[in-house]
Design a protein around this ligand. Structure first.
Ligand code: 13P
Length: 250
């Protein structure tokens, strides 16, 4: 009943001309996709990618957004700026932003509110580090990250939130959570949403898995009842690999 959503997170890869070439290669390969398909690209690539995706079902997203409407924040981009470029989605709270750029649960929350207010759909990233999993904190941590990030959000706006469960130890490492681990933790996130917003709303939220998702492991992950899609890093940079993930059900 939840339509799967497969999104690529290109991270800091591809110049505008390289981005155009990748999208042109991808377009015919994902024509028959049964899921929603998104590419989250570097901000300077957005105009080129918006142009390149024309006539396809591929939607475009950004990789971060600032929380203020405007002001003295050198180097940052507001939600209104992104919205006007025509992106539909924005990733917020990626573990790389948290780890390398000092983003906190509190600023992630502010970014979520700003993005939703501007009419963007949010891909909110949560996930535990290796030592946190080993210490048994995974469930408490992902619940906390999710609920703080959504503080102040109207129940009616929850439909604009997609959550990506990305265990930090699985990102770019070739290690993946097992199908069962990913399903279980995503279930914990959904249960937290149900406690806060009620079951009807929680059951509609799409929750992706991310972390070394590839053509070879997508089927098993997507067969899990709680997993509604993927957020793909490395494998989204190759058209054939990303298309194979998008077409997992064929
Ligand atoms: P990889 O697919 O490269 O592990 O990256 C996952 C990720 O961080 C997506 O946001």
């Amino acid at each position: 009943m939840r339509k799967p959503i497969i999104a690529g997170n290109w991270k800091m890869n591809k110049t505008p001309s390289e981005a155009t070439a990748l999208v042109q290669e991808l377009k015919p390969l994902v024509k028959e996709a049964n899921c929603d398909v998104v590419v989250c690209v570097p901000a300077v690539d957005i105009p080129a990618v918006k142009q390149a995706v024309r006539g396809s079902k591929i939607k475009v997203g950004a990789q971060n957004v600032h929380f203020a409407a405007s002001g003295a924040y050198t180097g940052e981009l507001s939600a209104a700026m992104l919205k006007e470029t025509g992106v539909d989605y924005v990733i917020i709270g990626h573990s790389e932003r948290r780890q390398y750029f000092g983003e906190t649960d509190a600023t992630v929350n502010q970014r979520v509110l700003a993005a939703v207010k501007a009419g963007l759909k949010v891909i909110l990233c949560v996930g535990e580090k290796k030592e946190e999993r080993e210490a048994g904190y995974t469930d408490a941590l992902v619940e906390y990250q999710t609920l703080i990030a959504l503080t102040g959000l109207e129940p009616n706006d929850v439909k604009n939130i997609i959550i990506a469960y990305e265990p930090v130890w699985a990102i770019g490492t070739g290690l993946t959570a097992t199908d069962e681990q990913a399903n279980e933790t995503i279930g914990v996130i959904r249960a937290a949403l149900a406690r806060k917003y009620g079951k009807a709303i929680a059951n509609k939220v799409r929750i992706q898995y991310g972390g070394s998702m590839k053509p070879g492991n997508v089927k098993g992950l997507m067969a899990q009842p709680e997993i509604d899609g993927g957020l793909i890093g490395g494998a989204s940079l190759k058209a054939a690999d990303f298309a194979a993930i998008v077409n997992y059900d064929k």
